[in-house]
Design a protein around this ligand. Structure first.
Ligand code: MSP
Length: 465
């Protein structure tokens, strides 16, 4: 194997409230990718964490009357708990208040400053605290943020600027030379067109309001939270033993924050003379019963709610089975339960239960596995490489259908044919391996059951709801 290491990241989440399904989506995706590469024998570095030096975080703490650091300490634990409950096995939980991070942000700012890519000016325009982003009047909808639909802040303030405009040509070259740098394709064109329209320099500091990393060459300013946050991906690889993971193989992000990752982040790195990540993949957004997920309107699914519907594995399965990873999807309890009943219980659960019962009774006898040849592994590999998770699962479940039909046709309960049972047993083990990234808990149960010296009918894997 040529490349034995793999580095995957999720965005670092604002700890201004507890995690919900949107955060879980990217984080489980990163877990799936991690497990997949582990099966392939790679050494994987999976990074997630919290983006703490944000104004919205500061304001949320203030609203609760809490000390900001104490507030983020508590919420960071909530995120860690959530990932534990969802069986997400990350390597580092990154917090932008971590010491090594502050040091690295300062380091990159100094490098960029020395290059002459930072200058002092006045920022005049709009700011949405929800997005932690700057807007011009024409971006807004009647003065309101196009994403949050909330009133934006009109600002006029001394600020340091990063010469983003200088990198237009270089960025376009990067996209041209690396057609997969921005994925999926549809999103790539959007970004390229916007970059072609021209880039404005980016305000990267605010007058110190009591929270955030100080600008090293002017302590009366704090670093703009996105400049700070993006750096996390690099900081994490400055630790001993982790250097080899840079550049990132894939940054997973939601479509709303693609611009920051595909435009601002590579420009920051170009200026600081650091290698550029290999891929930014933008996934779609979940709505809830066709409505935008919104806390204020009570349309939000937190992690406990998500798990309580049909268990962890069914939730993980549903999120990646129902909708292509790059598209928007609609979440409803009913559709999750339908998939749980019709696919996990009726197809997978049934196959495992029938075969284990028969093997317990009649045993197996080694033979050439013709059944397994019907599984198109090459196709699955290719689909996975493009993060077409829904199609990967479709392929695996088509094979599960084939296995169920095979039992129906071969009737091993009548023939007591141990060779047929061997083929089925081995096929189930392969299915279980392929499903491990998606439904790890169930997969581990199946693998243990079918690798045992004496295979026995086990407990029901998915109880129907
Ligand atoms: N802190 C920044 C990221 C900095 S990365 C250097 C941030 N945080 S966030 O907490 O607001 O959101 C993080 C992610 O959650 C984004 O990728 C966003 O797309 C995702 N989601 C939030 N709501 C979502 C849905 N309803 N559906 C799918 N993903 C969504 O942005």
């Amino acid at each position: 194997m040529t490349n034995k290491k793999f580095y995957v990241t999720t965005p670092i989440y604002y700890p201004n409230d507890i995690p919900h399904i949107g955060h879980a989506y990217t984080t489980i995706a990163a877990d799936i990718i991690t497990r997949w590469h582990k099966i392939k024998g790679k050494e994987v570095f999976f990074l997630t964490g919290t983006d703490e030096n944000a104004k919205k975080v500061f304001l949320a703490a203030e609203k609760k009357g809490k000390d900001t650091k104490k507030f983020v300490d508590e919420l960071a634990e909530d995120f860690k708990d959530a990932w534990k409950k969802l069986n997400v096995d990350y390597d580092r939980f990154f917090r932008t208040t971590d010491k090594d991070h502050v040091k690295e942000v300062v380091n990159i700012l100094n490098k960029t400053h020395k290059k002459g890519d930072i200058y002092k000016g006045v920022y005049e325009g709009y700011y949405c605290v929800g997005c932690e982003a700057y807007y011009t009047e024409k971006d807004l909808e009647n003065g309101y943020c196009p994403i949050h639909k909330t009133k934006t802040e009109l600002m006029k303030e001394e600020s340091y600027f990063f010469k983003l405009s200088k990198f237009q040509k270089k960025l376009l070259e990067l996209y041209e030379k690396n057609p997969e740098f921005i994925s999926p394709k549809s999103k790539r064109h959007e970004i390229i067109n916007r970059v072609k329209e021209g880039l404005r320099d980016l305000s990267i500091s605010r007058k110190d309001y009591g929270w955030g990393i100080k600008i090293p060459f002017d302590k009366s300013h704090v670093v703009y939270v996105w400049y700070d946050a993006l750096t996390n991906y690099y900081t994490a690889t400055r630790k001993k033993g982790k250097e080899k993971f840079w550049p990132t193989d894939v940054h997973l992000v939601g479509k709303d924050i693609l611009w920051f990752h595909a435009v601002i982040w590579p420009a920051m790195l170009m200026s600081a003379g650091i290698k550029i990540p290999k891929k930014i993949f933008a996934h779609g957004w979940w709505t809830f019963n066709k409505e935008k997920i919104s806390k204020s309107r009570g349309k939000v699914i937190n992690i406990d709610e998500l798990i309580s519907i049909a268990g962890v594995d069914s939730a993980r399965y549903f999120l990646f089975r129902a909708t292509p990873f790059g598209d928007d999807g609609d979440f409803s309890e009913k559709t999750l339960i339908d998939r749980h009943n019709n696919e996990l219980a009726d197809k997978l659960g049934n196959l495992v239960s029938r075969v284990s019962t028969l093997v317990e009774k009649y045993d197996v006898e080694k033979t050439e596995n013709k059944l397994l040849k019907k599984l198109n592994l090459k196709k699955i590999e290719k689909l996975f490489k493009n993060y077409e998770f829904d199609k990967v699962l479709n392929e695996i479940f088509s094979f599960i259908d084939i296995c169920n039909e095979y039992i129906q046709n071969k009737k091993p309960w009548e023939t007591k044919d141990k060779k047929i049972l061997y083929e089925l047993k081995e096929s189930i083990l392969k299915i279980s391996e392929l499903l491990w990234p998606f439904i790890p808990e169930t997969s581990e149960k199946i693998t243990k059951q079918f690798n045992a010296k004496k295979i026995k009918k086990g407990e029901i894997l998915f109880k129907k709801i």
